[in-house]
Design a protein around this ligand. Sequence first.
Ligand code: ATP
Length: 567
Amino acid sequence: MTDPQSPPVADWGTYRRLAPFLRPYRGALLLVLLISLLSTALGLAQPYLSKLMIDEALLRRDMGALVRIAAIMIGVTVAGFGVNILASYRYVAVSAAMLYDIRAALLRHLQSLSPRFYGSFRLGDLVSRMNSDVSDVQRIASDTLLSVVSNLLFFVGCVAMMLWLDWRMFLVSVVLVPASLATFAHYQRRLTALTREMRERSADLGSLLVDTVMGMRVVASLRAGEHEVRRFKARNDAFVGAMLRMQLASFMTGALPGTLMTAATSAVILYGGWRIIEGGMSIGTLVAFMTYHMRLLSPIQTLMGLTSGLASARVSLGRIFELFDTRPEVEERLGALPLARADAPIRFEKVSMRYDREAVLREIDLEIASGSLCAILGPSGAGKSTLADLMVRYLDPDAGRILIGGVDIRDCRLDDLRREVILVDQAPFLFNDSIAANIAFAMEDVSPAAIEAAAHAAGLDGFIARLPHGLATRTGERGLALSAGERQRVVLARALLRSPSVLILDEPTSALDGDTEQLVAGRLRAALPHATIIVITHKPALARLADSVVTLEEGRARMTRQAARAA
Ligand SMILES: Nc1ncnc2c1ncn2[C@@H]1O[C@H](COP(=O)(O)OP(=O)(O)OP(=O)(O)O)[C@@H](O)[C@H]1O
């Protein structure tokens, strides 16, 4: 993983990585290409029809030819209009479907990354990659690629028609192309660097906004509003400066080479005029040639302008593929075994784990009996949450193994493991939805009675009865419309509804008073009579209810059979 402060610019080969996403749409894209070919042919016919109009109808004073050619011109224009609309419509539909596939694949991939990744990656930067960068690629894919194809086709067609009409005049027409291309290449390199800088500044701004909004209560209580506005202004100034520099380079990349090419027009008029006066060329040919020459500029200018879009998309693609390239720390083994139930003993065998260079767990040996209530105690930072993360494979140990019923959990299907072993985190997370939807999150066909039973088991029934909308009450952004203790019980109900074989609770009652804690503890066992329940806690009262107690200290685990003795 590179430093998020310096997002990569993908090399041009990165576009090849889009191939798997393009493959399902090969047929549809080929059809768009054929429609574009037809549209180009219709566009190229117009100047030649003007030549016929001048040389065959006007100069010969032939009224019949005039009407015929005018009718063909109108027909070609109308057909070109229809074909263009069809090509754009089809292309935008295909590119939108393709971009959806990329976003969905990215979302799936992000879900496979460990909490450690989310702990180290800036949230604002992540959102900016999912949103702005994918949108940027979408914009380029929907506008630019069709434009590149049709302009290239048009360019090739123009060159062919000009060579066919008069090759000497063609040479005059393209004499300034090399200078124009050199100018373009210079500004294009500058543009790529400036685009990357602009994206970095934009991600800085996004991260600050996310941080400030998430920490709004701290900002308000410390009266740091003005401090945050100043930080925002500094980052916004840096962003605007980078954007202006990029815009200037983008303009120069398209406009300077185009201006050079326009100068060639005078040379064509001079040379063509001289050939007509000498009697070596018809007026119709010069008019048609001039039209092709002028139209030649347009695809060159458009293609040059588009490269700024492509440069920007290259930066965005680099940022998107950097996420795709972040390997999940935990992956399912090929041929992983199904796990029907996990009501079996859990064994830790010489499990060691370190973050960066610091060892958190050292050769832990432990057995937790099936169906027991086990309390894990230990000072803050001893590695209790890490132990829990290992049991649901948010992380894998550096050494040693964890077995359920004698099977290494790394050999089990991840989906099965996480269905049977549920971890309720220390920081309960609620979605901005109803209490019922939060309890039944991502489950289908759950009866209201089952949700109510889970809410009762989590000690929420009294609270819900007092609410005017009951279970339909919304929980607010991140559940902040509920108290900390209520949030804890909603996530507990969410876990209970799923009837896991193993339930791990990381400080589940830290925000509850003693009476509510006793009530919840009592109902928990009744709701899951056969499950193994592992409770990480700092509370002696909760530990006293446990069948066994494990104390973690300095990376080592000590097991005490009786809660009363341990406490
Ligand atoms: N993603 C991480 N990167 C680096 N160090 C980490 C990471 N997560 C945890 N740690 C460190 O590992 C140690 C154990 O953390 P852990 O959260 O497992 O402790 P804990 O016993 O659950 O603490 P508490 O009782 O305060 O919740 C701590 O020193 C912590 O700073």
